[in-house]
Structures are given as C-alpha cells and as structure tokens.
Write a protein that binds this ligand. Structure first.
Ligand code: COA
Length: 187
C-alpha cells in the first residue's frame, strides 16, 4: 500500500536481488549490507529490512533495518518521558534502527524524513503485541547524519554519554552516537 506521498515498502524477501545491487547511498558499507547481508539477517530474525519505493522513481529510494531493543535512561530522561518515578524498569523497550539509507541521487530532498514518518507511523500502529516507547539509533558520528536525526527530534542519549565518560579514554572520538526519540513525540 502506498502512503499519501507515494511511498511504499516491501520486506527484503520480496525484492529482486538485482534491484538491491543497483542501490547506492554513498556509503559502501551500507550498500554492501543491503546487497549481501540484509536478507540473511532478516531470515534469521536478527534484523528486519524493508526496502522503500516511490511511485515516481525506478528502484529503491531507500531502506531501513529494524530490531527490538531496550535502552537505559537517566533520571532526567525518565522525567522527560513522563514516567512515574515509582515505575521500576531496568531498561525501556525500544525499536532500534540498525541501518537506514536513502539513494544518493535523492538525498536532501526530504526522502529520509518521509521514510522516518512512515516507519514511526507503522511502529505506532502495528506494534500491538510487543511494546516499544522509544526509537533508538547508533548514529554515524558525522554532521550530516547527526543533523538529520536531530532535525527529526532525536536526542543524544545522556545515559550512554555518562557511560562513555566513565568507561572510555578521553579524546577518542566515538564512531557512533547513541540517540533516541519518544515515539509519541510529533514529527
Ligand atoms: C542520513 C540520510 C538518511 C538523510 O536522508 P535525506 O533524505 O538526505 O534527508 P532529508 O532530505 O529528509 O533531510 C531532513 C533534514 O535532515 C537534515 N539533514 C539531512 N542531510 C543533512 C546534511 N547532509 N547535513 C546537515 N543536515 C542534514 C536537514 O535538517 C534536513 O532538513 P532540510 O533539508 O529541510 O534542512 C541520508 O543522507 C543517507 O542515506 N546518508 C547515507 C547513509 C547514512 O549515513 N545513513 C545513516 C547511518 S546512521
């Protein structure tokens, strides 16, 4: 089924492999993942990849890989979520974006934002059996990716920042930054 904006997605199991090989987002490791690893991960139920199409574009416009996750929150993050202070949860249920990419010819045209709206809507509407309140990503530590997630309402995980401060050597620039977003927050 197509969204109002003309997007639709299919599980990787239903997409012709040669179609996947033509996809390029400008990061070879993410292109290679889609072409050579995503299907096996999907079939092993370790990460579900969906390939996104648009009615006016030939081939995939993007893809995303999701899996269940859980994240710890510090006191102020719990407060922001509006969770009663007496609620005791070791970790908060989440959906993790394992991979997300947009075709390089379409970047900066709003496709990534549309894709996020699509997946957030479906997480809210279809995850009726297993609860997830947050959406989590280990975002590549570059300005484009961090700018993208910040614009879409993701915040740096303060809990993860505290952990990193206490357990990693100073001056080492991390390859990724853990970020999360409340699924109830409007786009
Ligand atoms: C990151 C990525 C998914 C963003 O998708 P996109 O379709 O280009 O993003 P959009 O056009 O929807 O941008 C939405 C907003 O994000 C921000 N943004 C996106 N790309 C940005 C960039 N290169 N630099 C700074 N901000 C950026 C902007 O605020 C933008 O809004 P604006 O264009 O109105 O200013 C895409 O660039 C991509 O696939 N990159 C390669 C793969 C990758 O790095 N994936 C993430 C791994 S964690």
């Amino acid at each position: 089924m197509l969204s109002e904006a003309g997007y639709g997605y299919l599980p990787i199991t239903e997409v012709n492999p040669t179609t996947l090989e033509r996809f390029s987002c400008g990061k070879p490791r993410l292109d290679e993942f889609l072409a050579t690893q995503a299907l096996a991960l999907h079939e092993a139920r370790l990460g579900f990849t969906n390939v996104v199409f648009h009615q006016q574009f030939e081939g995939p416009v993007g893809y995303f890989t999701l899996a269940n996750d859980a994240i710890k929150l510090n006191t102020s993050e719990k407060f922001d979520l509006g969770v009663d202070e007496h609620v005791e949860l070791a970790a908060f249920p989440a959906v993790k974006i394992g991979r997300l990419a947009v075709h390089q010819d379409l970047q900066r045209t709003g496709v990534g934002a549309a894709l996020m709206a699509l997946l957030l809507g479906d997480i809210l509407n279809t995850a009726g059996l297993s609860a997830a309140r947050l959406i989590v990503v280990d975002a590549d530590n570059d300005d484009a990716v961090l700018g993208f997630y910040k614009k879409l309402g993701f915040e740096t995980s303060l809990w993860a920042e505290d952990m990193a401060r206490n357990h990693t050597k100073k001056r080492v620039r991390p390859a990724t930054i853990k970020m999360h977003r409340d699924v109830f927050k409007g786009l």
